[in-house]
Design a protein around this ligand. Structure first.
Ligand SMILES: [Mg+2]
Length: 353
């Protein structure tokens, strides 16, 4: 975790941003409050932004249109998708124009075509095309996929064809709850094939490599921003990028302390990237961040909040708990203690103790 406080805006240390979408720029159909303005301000400062998405079913122009409709700067070339990362991987391995089975939706088909490969749709392969024609399989989420499409893929993959998957998210969040995601459909095939695909989406580095290519920025001058620890923060760490964990999405402080991750920055919104970052610093037996001071005694966080913003309390509290985590304190205990930080974020007026 970052421990230096600077008078410069946090973002001044970077030339490029790899920005997650759901939970950072929008939630469902609505913009995260303040996010479009913050992204516009960054671009005005000359910082390049690409949006990195594991969603392989939508084409980049569709994603960009949604982001732009919310008021944030976005064109199709500002979107890097896991389908594009998968197609880039196969284009590197196969001859130009090679036929690739598109086991997915339109996002997979378009990415293959744009990478100079020939997408083969499932209807064309039914019982006809074999591995003498099809050179590889690219698997991504597709709402129209049928059982017999997985059967076709299994028939081709059983011969040992290259198999790349866009992402391995086990679940797909929908308004009513969790539905099976691409990872679940990978498991379906893997159970029959007794092998697994190369996965290119977050938290795996190929999507970040593609984003860096697109940005043209150096890794040490690029910030990865996201709300999910297991994909966005783990992926940034695996790719050697600094990370900003944004608390506008699903994961809470109690999720971070049971993970193995330590994001470089913890921010409550994208707007904070444009402000100086108050970093937590150890002081005596306590952690201080801005006006907040947190000590831990008898397995409880004790907060002196003063005039501090909730995010400063959260940074100081997380610094204390992550130090304990790294010293081997049981994670379930840390999760319980971090509950106080979760509650502070959900209700800033609640007493902290
Ligand atoms: Mg997200």
């Amino acid at each position: 975790m970052h421990t230096e406080t600077s008078a410069e805006p946090l973002i001044a240390g970077y030339d490029g941003v790899v920005c997650d979408l759901d939970g950072v720029v929008y939630r469902g159909a609505d913009a995260v409050p303040g996010a479009p303005d913050a992204l516009r301000d960054m671009v005005t400062r000359g910082i390049k932004v690409v949006y990195a998405t594991n969603n392989a079913s939508r084409v980049p122009s569709e994603v960009a249109a949604q982001v732009a409709s919310l008021g944030a700067p976005a064109t199709a070339s500002d979107v890097v998708s896991s389908a594009q990362a998968g197609a880039a991987r196969l284009a590197h391995e196969l001859e130009a124009g090679a036929a690739v089975l598109a086991l997915g939706g339109e996002g997979v088909v378009e990415a293959l075509r744009d990478a100079g490969l020939t997408p083969v749709s499932l209807d064309e392969t039914d019982g006809r095309l074999g591995h003498d024609v099809v050179a590889a399989v690219l698997q991504g989420f597709g709402k129209e996929l049928r059982v017999r499409d997985f059967e076709t893929a299994a028939r081709l993959l059983t011969t040992g064809l290259p198999w790349v998957a866009t992402n391995d998210d086990a679940t797909l969040p929908l308004p009513w709850g969790q539905s099976p995601g691409n990872g679940a459909y990978i498991d379906l095939l893997a159970a029959a094939l007794r092998r697994r695909p190369d996965v290119v989406g977050k938290p795996h580095p190929p999507l970040y490599d593609l984003a860096l290519d697109r940005l043209g920025s150096r890794a040490d001058r690029t910030l990865a921003v996201g709300d999910r620890i297991a994909t966005d923060i783990v992926g940034a760490e695996a790719s050697g990028l600094d990370s900003a964990w944004v608390l506008t999405g699903v994961d809470r402080p109690s999720d971070l302390v049971v993970s193995g991750s330590s994001p470089t920055y913890v921010v409550s919104s994208l707007a904070q990237l444009l402000q100086p970052y108050a970093a937590p610093v150890p002081e005596g037996g306590a952690w201080r961040c801005g006006a907040a001071q947190v000590t831990r005694t008898d397995g409880t966080l004790r907060v002196e909040r003063g005039s501090a913003a909730p995010i400063e309390v959260v940074r100081a509290g997380l610094a204390a708990l992550l130090t304990l985590r790294d010293d081997g304190v049981p994670r379930e205990q840390l999760r319980r203690e971090a509950g106080a930080l979760d509650r502070l974020l959900d209700d800033p007026a609640a007493p902290t103790r």
